[in-house]
Design a protein around this ligand. Structure first.
Ligand SMILES: Cc1cc2nc3c(=O)[nH]c(=O)nc-3n(C[C@H](O)[C@H](O)[C@H](O)COP(=O)(O)O)c2cc1C
Length: 410
């Protein structure tokens, strides 16, 4: 995908700039033509000589060419941006984000951002101290650039080059490469899910009986993870809230791990107001022990009684407060009167779509790799899907959701 593509890497004055020669090298190895535009701040952190050597091209920095020198390109401030098939800015400093957001153009990097041809992908990787990242001005600039169509990739959490631990780390060059490939995949940019905020719940919950035992179910999380992975591939901004599962986080997905239903509710509620789509694929335990025993219960008694209390219905809570611009999607795994119960759930929780899960534990339902879904929309439209891999089923489900997005309803 990258062979022959013209890629500009914009490097700002952040500590993570030290990773960029490797990024250039990886892109070159994939057959891309790479040019580097670096800021005055950037050269404090990474050597232009190293970058020029791996890029096999001079590095671009100053907007102003030498006058009266033979062979000088006096229109470099325009032609570099026009040359590019994609622009990656990594690391993007708070300073440069502000410049980009208001259209300042005082170095080669900012100039090529402005002169990039319409529709060409711009991937921006802000990297800075966590407090800086969360500051209202940085967040406002990120929002402005996102609204302009830039793909904004949040910094990762972990050990920072400064020695501190927290949010602010630039993703590794291999990861940046994957984001670029993902972006260049044309389907991403044309999906109606592009840029939409999608929250997916997945997996089981665990409800404590005592310090070492819990009530749970067989959910593996595979369906929810497949939905999160597929939505992220289509360019959605995906948050995956998951109970305890043994699955890798899908690429480009923000994952929140929880254990109980009440923890899942607490993790989900902050997204209720602003998410575009809420997809509840988790198998949330219906009940929890009223008073979990502190420590480990002894087996002295022949019989014990466990009193259970109803758990919150997270999806119903979202369904009841969502606006007409938001979609609520649920799953119904039923063993009796399946479709009828699924339709009742759809109506009582004010959902836009429900996926009825046929359950036999061999071809469909918990902990298997395939699923047989029937999609029921609030207008009654019912679509029976054949046995599909969970990734394929996720694709069909998202196809149906895309058609329900307010802007696609006529
Ligand atoms: C040691 C050091 C590390 C820095 N790291 C970062 C950083 O990671 N992110 C950031 O936004 N600014 C960082 N800064 C501040 C920027 O270098 C400064 O705002 C500079 O003006 C950025 O210029 P530029 O955006 O043109 O590259 C750092 C400064 C110093 C002295």
């Amino acid at each position: 995908m990258l062979r022959g593509k013209n890629i500009i890497i914009g490097i700002c004055g952040g500590i993570a700039a030290y990773k960029t020669p490797l990024l250039v090298r990886l892109l070159k190895k994939r057959g891309a033509n790479v040019r580097v535009a670096i800021t005055e701040g950037g050269v404090r952190f990474v050597s232009e000589l190293a970058l020029a050597t791996v890029a096999e091209e001079p590095v671009y920095r100053s907007l102003f060419p030498m006058a009266n020198t033979e062979g000088t390109d006096y229109t470099g401030h325009i032609s570099l941006g026009e040359w590019a098939d994609a622009l990656i800015i990594a690391p993007a400093t708070a300073n440069t984000l502000a410049k980009l957001a208001i259209g300042l153009c005082d170095d080669m990097l900012t100039a090529c951002f402005i002169t990039l041809r319409p529709g060409k992908p711009v991937l921006i990787f802000p990297a800075m101290d966590g407090q800086m990242f969360l500051s209202p001005s940085v967040q406002r600039n990120i929002q402005t650039l996102f609204t302009q169509g830039c793909r904004m990739i949040s910094p990762e959490s972990g050990e920072l080059a400064s020695g501190q631990v927290g949010c602010g780390r630039m993703p590794e060059p291999e990861s940046i490469l994957k984001y670029l490939e993902d972006e260049l995949c044309s389907s991403t940019r044309h999906s109606p899910l592009y840029g939409k905020s999608v929250v997916v719940t997945a997996g089981p919950t665990r409800e404590k009986i005592d310090g070492v035992r819990f009530i749970s179910n067989y959910s593996s999380g595979k369906m929810g993870f497949a939905i999160a992975r597929t939505a992220a591939k289509r360019g959605a901004i995906v948050t995956l809230i998951t109970g305890p599962v043994y699955l890798e986080t899908p690429f480009g997905v923000d994952r929140l791990d929880i254990e109980s239903a009440t923890e899942m509710q607490a993790a989900a509620q902050p997204f209720f107001k602003n998410c575009n789509i809420f997809i509840a694929a988790a198998a949330v335990s219906d009940y929890r022990p009223v008073a979990p025993y502190e420590g480990k219960m002894k087996k002295d008694d022949d019989q014990i009684e466990l009193t259970l209390k109803k758990n919150p219905d997270i999806l119903a809570e979202f369904g009841m407060q969502k606006t007409s611009a938001q979609l609520a999607v649920g799953f119904a795994l039923e063993t009796q009167s399946g479709l009828e119960n699924a339709r009742k759930k759809l109506a009582s929780k004010n959902l836009d779509l429900i996926a009825f899960n046929f359950f036999d534990r061999k071809t469909s339902g918990f902990d298997v790799n395939t699923n047989i879904l029937t999609l029921i929309e609030s207008n009654g439209k019912t679509t029976e899907l054949p046995q599909l891999s969970k990734d394929e089923a996720a694709g069909k489900l998202l196809d149906a959701i895309e058609k329900l997005l307010p802007e696609n309803q006529h």
